[in-house]
Design a protein. Structure first.
Length: 145
């Protein structure tokens, strides 16, 4: 029986972009489903499907976030997108490891990936929020004049 703590989305994770916040909320939901699966019987197909779903959703989430950063010329875009690619690679590796042995889906692996996501949002993502806010303020100021 797994005792991994579920995660709840909180406004502290918000990046002030509704579309990206929605992706974040969905990621939290998917991780919580994975935790539920881990707490129950480790059914191979269910685990593989959930890992695949998280991987696919993270690709959509990250590409959307990167679209905003790229459009506005965010200066740390390269490092940020590299972190995204590493996260996605982790899920690809995990899917392969689970395919070989379902027991590779350990509590520690789930905790590590879950914590990576929340830490990424609170550190990396929080860095671009002020940049986008300033850009938005400048754009709105130009429209007023």
């Amino acid at each position: 029986m797994s005792d991994i703590e579920k995660i709840a989305w909180d406004p502290k994770y918000s990046v002030d972009i509704e579309e990206i916040d929605a992706y974040q909320k969905k990621m939290f939901e998917l991780f919580n489903k994975l935790i539920d699966i881990k707490r129950g019987e480790l059914e191979f197909k269910l685990c593989i499907n959930m890992i695949s779903e998280i991987s696919e959703h993270s690709k959509l989430y990250f590409s959307t976030e990167e679209k905003y950063m790229k459009k506005k010329g965010y200066p740390d875009f390269g490092a940020h997108s590299k972190a995204h690619r590493q996260f996605i690679k982790s899920f690809i590796s995990l899917r392969r490891e689970i395919s070989e042995d379902i027991e590779n889906l350990t509590d520690d692996v789930i905790i590590q990936l879950r914590d990576w996501m929340t830490n990424h949002i609170l550190t990396f993502d929080s860095l671009y929020v002020p940049f986008l806010r300033i850009d938005k303020y400048i754009e709105e100021s130009k429209q007023k004049n």
